[in-house]
Each structure stands twice: as C-alpha cells, then as structure tokens.
Design a protein around this ligand. Sequence first.
Ligand SMILES: [Zn+2]
Length: 399
Amino acid sequence: MPGDRSDRTFDMARTYQRKRSTTGPTEQPVTHDVNLESAALLYEMAALQPTPRSQFGYKRAAKAIVYLPVPVSDLVSAGTLREVPFVGPSSERIIKELVAEGKSATVQAAIVKAGSKGTAVVARRAYRENFLSHFTMQQALAAPMASGVVSRADYRGDFQMHSTWSDGGEPLSAMIKGARELGHSCLGITDHSYGLPIARGMPMEQAAKQWAEIDRLNAKHRGEFRVFKGIEANILADGALDLQPQEAALFEFIVASPHSALRKTEDQTPRMITAVKTPGVAILGHPRGRVFNTRPGVSADWDAVFEVAARLQVAIELDGNWHRQDIDYILAARALEAGCLFALDSDAHSIGELRFSEYALAHARLAGIPAERVINCWSDDRLEQWMKSHHQRRRRKSS
Ligand SMILES: [Zn+2]
C-alpha cells in the first residue's frame, strides 16, 4: 500500500466506530498501525542477525519506534526519522521502504536468504495480531467514542500489580504513591501465590504480613485511597488453582491466570472454564497468556469461556502490559457480546509500568466496552460486594 498512511492511522478509531455502528464489532483488525508494523520489521531483522550485538541494535530501534508519540510516516515526510534514538541507517531504510511501499524489500531479502530461520521469523507474525503501538494507543484514548464507552476519566484503580512481596520491583507503599500520582483512588495488589516460585510467589505466612501492611496503609489513607487484598493465583494444567480453597478464601479477590502450556495447540477450554468456576475467582487474568512475537498463548473456545464468565460475573482481564495486550480489542468485543464484565489492568511490576493500564483502556475503547461493565470504574462499596459474591459462591456450593 503506497503513499501517505499517517492519516489512516489518525483516523483509526473513527473508522472503527463507523464500522461498529453499521456492522457491529468487526472480526477484521481495523487499525493500520504503521509504528507497530515498522517495529515488527525491525524485530524480524533483529532475529535474522548473526550476532547478539547486531540483534541488539535492531531491537533497540524497534522499541524506540513502539513508544514514539507520532507516526513514523510523519517523521519520514519531515526527514527527521534519524533523530529518533537508536534508529540508524539500516533501520531508517527499512522504515522508509515500509512507508513508501507497504513492505520492506530489505527484510524480505534477508528472510529468503536465511532459509529455515527466515521461515521461523515469518511464522511469528501470527503472534503479533491486534497489538497497539504507543501512538495508536494514545489515539484510541483520545478519539471520540459512543457515550458510555469507558474513558480515562471513569478509571478509578488498577486490579493487577506486583510489589516486592513477590516479583515486583517496588514496595507496596511506592505502588500506592504511583497510582495516586495517576489520579487513581484505589488499587488491588495481586502478588503471585506460592505455587509460582519462579515469580517469587508469596507463602501464606508472607501473605498474612502483607495484609497487616495493607491494613496499616488503608488506615493511613482512609477516605482518600483504598487497597484491596488480592492475589494472582496460577491456573494449573487441570484448571485448579495453586492455592487451597481455605487459603483462597482469605484474600478479598483472586486473579486467576495461566502461566504454563502457553504454546500448546491443543484445546484448553475445560482448563479455563474450571478456573473461572473456582469459588473466589473474580478476574480471569491475561486469559490467553500470549506474548508479542514470542508465543500464541492458550487455545480455547473463548466464546464458551466468556459465556461461563458472564454468568458467574467473573471479569475478563484486558492486561495492558505492552508485550501481552491480552485479551485484545477484537476478542474483547466478543466477550462484550457475551455479557462479560471486564478488568483493565496494568500487570505492573514497577511504578513506571502502572501506565500500562492505558493500553488496556485503549483496547476496551476500541471494543466499545461501556464503563458500567468495567470493574475498575466501580465504587469501593460495589467492588467489595462483587468480591464477596465470589466467595459466597464458595459457601453456597459447599453447603
Ligand atoms: Zn501473570
């Protein structure tokens, strides 16, 4: 596709709205994200390099493009592409080819020359569906949407994040400070449970100490900020959690997420449905477990999973970590259709990553999700009731 595509990028959200209003949620990606496509080509070029040093150069350039605040096509037109940090002459050539031709002859030639390594690089394109660059994410946040569609102003707090109680980089008090600086008025802390030692999962004795800290912090911030006591439980191969039911009952809410069997092509619908049905589970975290350019995540009949989640009022997470963007706006539109609730979370492991909630919000807006369906927009009282209802499912079931 030749010519200037920056206008199309700017128009992305409006195009999406037009499509929705006439045909309902589309099955086709409607973004034309030239920054993401440029970065993807640079990542492909990186994967084809013979040395870690040359790989590093392309990766750094790709990352800089992903986080650009403007479309690369504007920089190409203005002749300022090389002013972007880490974009050298080779990266510049690839991006210019993409902007002019819609593809890069340089990358294509490198793929052909690399033989089976090139084939593997091409196969990874399936692991990049419906990701948003920073620029496109910002466009989705700013574009006018139908009334009621969730916006930044509706967003009160983030319900998946990690602190030094597990594999996060910063103490809980610092994460609270970071969230308050973003204008949030509550958060759910979800350090990993003990079944995931690789993520420094928290033994129950540690959890008890964390709750004492949360109680202290909640007393200190009373009336201004509320911390909810959560946990990110790991979904095992059979759909059970890595927590005993009596342990799960002690947290205010549970985010259940898959961290294994994320490259398997076999159907895992029963695993995901079992997790959703587990008493105490309030959020299905990063449901697919996909990672940009790396792995596809869980294969499942998502409509069947969404149907159960909608019935039980378990929120489907849109995980905003840039590498995850899980689930994306196309799948989220199907979950919306199924009647699901949603959690738009950062999955932050540091203060800086709290901003990843913006990617979740952008995907939610592109899917047309109303604020009413987004738990992050609810009052503390409503959140508390909803969390308790998931534990009451436990009592009803066992009595
Ligand atoms: Zn996780």
